[in-house]
Design a protein around this ligand. Structure first.
Ligand SMILES: [Zn+2]
Length: 128
């Protein structure tokens, strides 16, 4: 699979794939880095500070399956010093909640499937 098609399939335009860490029949591990032109939003105050990057922090989250394989994203988050309170914060990412182990869209998908299964279960109980 080519990097370009993975990039397209992922549809996370603010991040680029810097490395395909692992690709087996079961799972794909990708390293993602934010594009420099995309400024980091402070998760402390919600503003864009645009100062110097203090450091990077990598988190691993699971994303939607791709071609039947489980996808794990190793996401590099930038860490900044907030200009408002002087503390260090990691950038907030639109498609990822802080400390979550899955992307928002995977969480939504799981929720959707659970809702369908639950409804089916209720119907069965009701004698349909
Ligand atoms: Zn801030």
């Amino acid at each position: 699979m080519q990097r370009y098609s993975i990039t397209k399939a992922l549809n996370l335009p603010e991040h680029k794939i810097t490395e395909i860490i692992l690709a087996t029949d079961e799972e794909i591990h990708l390293r993602l880095k934010p594009y420099k032109r995309k400024k980091a939003r402070c998760c402390g105050c919600g503003e864009i500070h645009g100062g110097k990057i203090h450091s990077f922090k990598e988190t691993v989250v699971e994303d939607l399956r791709l071609l039947g394989k489980r996808v794990y994203l190793h996401v590099l988050k930038r860490r900044y010093r907030c200009l408002k309170d002087g503390r260090l914060y990691v950038e907030s990412i639109d498609w990822l909640k802080p400390r979550s182990r899955v992307t928002n869209r995977l969480a939504q998908e799981v929720y959707r499937l659970t809702a369908i299964t639950t409804r089916r279960g209720e119907r069965r109980l009701a004698g349909f």
